[in-house]
Ligand binder design. Structure first.
Ligand code: ADP
Ligand code: ADP
Ligand code: ZN
Length: 213
């Protein structure tokens, strides 16, 4: 099963993709996570992505398309995958279609996690992530039992450098201009659905599972 989760920054793509990956036994492919790992490791891809990520702008299409093209060739992706944060431009969506078609594959579900714009800044500025296991938390909506400590593994929670208010506002503008048109790209194809991202996390998960079966 090949799934794309669309939605603005803070909609809950990562939160949901992580749970869906576990439930369906297929990998979560997050270009944001892959780029942050490349940055940390100091690879060439990381160097190319650094300035754009810090500014909340998009990394060039050819860089992210290259990452995804390599990743979907790996053995664990043959049963399917959940794309989270890719494609983020219409050209990325076109390239994805082409690379899948070349392997006799196609996307089965494109689901937009729709959110009110006003909710997103608070979602992102309240976000933290476990540095050890990657579990996501939120200052209001998903507090850890002990401040700064992961409930699951005891790891330290960290905040992303680009999750500050100024960069977030830029990311939301970039979303409207460059990523929202991806919805129009998929809508006519019959694979497109939408869920209400303003519902609580459990309800969003249920709605997604109802679509994916
Ligand atoms: P995205 O990957 O789309 O940028 P995340 O999954 O990281 O979004 O979610 C952003 C923040 O909002 C996280 O702190 C997460 O815990 C929280 N969050 C996710 N879904 C919901 C929801 N339905 N209601 C309230 N908060 C949520
Ligand atoms: P969020 O969860 O807030 O939506 P991500 O973790 O998906 O953020 O992405 C963080 C940053 O990484 C983006 O602001 C952008 O600079 C870069 N990035 C991630 N995915 C892509 C992509 N598909 N195309 C271009 N840039 C990307
Ligand atoms: Zn953890």
């Amino acid at each position: 099963m090949k799934v794309i989760l669309l939605g603005p920054p803070g909609a809950g793509k990562g939160t949901q993709a992580r749970q869906l990956a576990e439930k369906y036994g297929i990998p979560q492919l997050s270009t944001g996570d892959m780029l942050r790992a490349a940055l940390k490791a100091g690879t060439e891809v990381g160097l190319k992505a650094k300035a754009a990520m810090e500014a909340g702008a998009l990394v060039p299409d050819e860089v992210v398309v290259g990452i995804i093209a390599d990743r979907i060739q790996e053995a664990d992706c043959q049963k399917g995958f959940i794309l989270d944060g890719f494609p983020r431009t219409v050209p990325q969506a076109q390239e994805l279609d082409k690379m899948l078609a070349g392997r006799g594959m196609a996307i089965d579900h494109v689901i937009d996690i729709a959110c009110d714009a006003e909710a997103l800044v608070a979602r992102i500025t309240g976000r933290s992530t476990c540095s050890k296991c990657g579990e996501g938390y939120h200052a209001q909506h998903k507090k850890p039992a002990q401040a700064g400590i992961c409930d699951k593994c005891g790891g330290t929670l960290t905040q992303r450098a680009d999750d500050n208010e100024e960069t977030v506002r830029n990311r939301l503008t970039v979303y409207e201009a460059q990523t929202a048109p991806v919805i129009g790209f998929y809508r006519p194809g019959g694979v497109f659905k939408e869920v209400d991202g303003m519902a609580d996390m459990g309800a969003v998960f249920k709605a997604l599972c109802a679509i994916l079966g």
